[in-house]
Design a protein around this ligand. Structure first.
Ligand SMILES: N[C@H](CCC[C@H](N)C(=O)O)C(=O)O
Length: 276
């Protein structure tokens, strides 16, 4: 059977997007890993599945799978591509849509053109909600790793993030240290590791070693988590330009209990089909 898909990216963080509303698709971790392989398959950081909502209050359900085959709770760059996809595919004629994820509803707004604005929901900051094993809920936690003590801020955007401030993002050992943080025993569900350089109170450089995918060119939830962490640490104002290897995002957060707003591009590369 032929399965239609769309290859998309948000700042080089790339996706296989599947319409699971008008198609029936069975996904296994093995099949996701096979399709995600950049030599033997289609190649992507994550697979995004569009489904009908579980509640009639919402427009869609959004499921996300890392290229290691594991299903995860949230993907920010993917949310912008999701919004563009359902509009381009005429699955909706709304500009703002309510999208169910594993950890709550997000609201992407797509007005045509390149930019998509997404209400990414309220970040969770308690260690237990990340989940992260810690004494209490400090803004900065010590993390013993690689013979030294890192200072991390933990944030959940639905998915878990550990953010540290570095002098120079380009010089950071993202591959080696990121992998050690990702699988650190104090993160029972593993974690995305952010390396944030403060350029000014309204500008950062960010690299992210993603859980289940390694370093990507950009990470939308990682950008949200980094700005939240920087604001909590008193280093950033409420609207921040985030420079990633794949390009720039604008992230806004008015403080605890408030949602994070992300603005950035979504690009369709090609439509394809594959034997499934
Ligand atoms: N690797 C992430 C999922 C994808 C997030 C990222 N691609 C984004 O844009 O937010 C995780 O395991 O939580």
């Amino acid at each position: 059977m032929k399965l239609k898909f769309c290859k998309m990216h948000g700042l080089g963080n790339d996706f296989m997007v599947i319409d699971g509303v008008r198609q029936t698709v069975s996904l296994t971790p093995e099949r996701i890993r096979q399709w995600g392989d950049r030599h033997f398959g289609i190649g992507f950081d994550q697979l995004l599945l569009v489904e009908a909502p579980q509640s009639q209050d919402n427009d869609f359900r959004y499921r996300i799978f890392n290229n290691d085959g594991h299903e995860v709770e949230q993907c920010g760059n993917g949310a912008r591509c999701f919004a563009k996809f359902v509009s381009d595919q005429r699955l909706t004629n709304k500009q703002a849509i309510r999208v169910e994820t594993a950890r709550g509803v997000i609201v992407p707004e797509f007005h045509g053109g390149g930019e998509v604005i997404v209400d990414m929901g309220v970040p969770r900051l308690k260690a237990a909600d990340i989940p992260f094993t810690a004494e209490g809920d400090a803004v900065v936690h010590p993390l013993e790793l690689d013979g030294r003590t890192l200072e991390i801020t933990v944030v959940s955007m639905g998915n878990p993030h550990a953010v540290q401030v570095v002098e120079d993002a380009e010089a950071a050992e993202v591959g080696r240290i990121g992998a050690l943080i990702e699988s650190h025993p104090r993160f029972p569900a593993r974690v995305n590791a952010g390396f944030m350089q403060i350029v000014s109170r309204s500008e950062i450089r960010l690299r992210v070693f993603e859980r289940g995918a390694g370093e990507t060119l950009a990470c939308g939830t990682g950008a949200c988590a980094a700005v939240v962490a920087g604001i909590l640490r008193g280093l950033l104002d409420s609207r921040v330009r985030v420079h990633t290897h794949g390009g720039d995002l604008t992230i806004e957060w008015a403080g605890e209990g408030q949602p994070v707003k992300m603005t950035g591009p979504a690009v369709t590369v090609f439509n394809g089909e594959i034997e499934a």
